[in-house]
Design a protein around this ligand. Structure first.
Ligand code: ADP
Ligand code: MG
Length: 221
């Protein structure tokens, strides 16, 4: 289970990890959750498995998902994982049933790990009584926090370097303002950095100052 505020880097971290897994050895079924029913989720998983029409009954759909997974695990000797991003959107009744996907009658080996990523209320949702079977199966939890100020400075330098700028455009107070204004969260920091560079350019300044960041901050959420 991976939790973190909006823009803390959950999806990026998942994509990074998945990108490092060799496709001949690993099969990652990546779905972005919706607030729909569990049938919607099963349909998404089946779609990722290349099965587009498995009917509308949940019994048929779960059987089909399990058959596909058993084929990957035993037939193709692959390691399979389901990754559900935005899992904090899932309805409680989905959590009440989701763990049954990992149960295979013939085999007690837990060969279908599920990674759930979402905002912090994911943890609260799993505290509901109906979700306890799922919650009791969580083996690892990680919370992505905002980065500290020094890392924010490195982050800004990193992005400048990618854009071909080798000079630090942001003065120290601007870095502090971006760090504080974003709470150390990447996406908000991106917006503030971009907005403050535009503000600096508009005032024909070659250095981005805290005033430019403040101007940018009034224009975004
Ligand atoms: N580890 C990282 N290194 C550099 N940039 C990152 C990193 N994680 C996130 N970002 C930046 O922050 C943005 C938001 O990250 P994202 O993974 O979409 O957040 P979340 O899924 O938690 O809402 C990304 O588009 C990317 O620009
Ligand atoms: Mg995301």
């Amino acid at each position: 289970m991976v939790t973190g505020e909006i823009g803390s880097g959950k999806s990026t971290a998942l994509r990074y990890v998945i990108g490092g897994l060799h496709p001949s050895e690993y099969r990652v079924i990546f779905v972005t959750a919706s607030s729909g029913s569990i049938l919607e989720l099963y349909r998404q998983i089946l779609g990722e498995l290349g099965v587009d029409n498995a009917g509308a009954s949940r019994a048929v759909m779960t059987r089909r998902i399990k058959r596909e997974i058993l084929e990957l695990v035993h037939g193709k000797k692959m390691k399979v994982a389901v990754v559900i991003d935005e899992a904090s959107l899932l309805r409680l009744e989905v959590f009440a049933e989701l763990h049954t996907l990992t149960q295979f009658e013939q085999d007690s080996k837990p060969f279908l790990p599920i990674v759930l990523a979402g905002q912090a209320n994911l943890v609260d949702n799993l505290r509901y009584r109906n979700c306890l079977p799922m919650a009791s199966r969580v083996v690892a939890r990680c919370h992505l926090k905002g980065i500290d100020q020094k890392t924010m400075e490195e982050y800004l330098r990193h992005h400048l370097a990618i854009a071909g700028v080798n000079r630090m455009l942001f003065d120290e107070a601007a870095v502090t303002a971006i760090h504080q204004g974003s709470g150390g969260l990447f996406r908000k920091a991106n917006h503030l950095a971009r907005g403050s560079i535009i503000a600096a350019a508009r005032s024909e300044s070659t250095l981005v100052t805290a005033d430019h960041v403040r101007l940018a901050n009034t224009e975004i959420f």
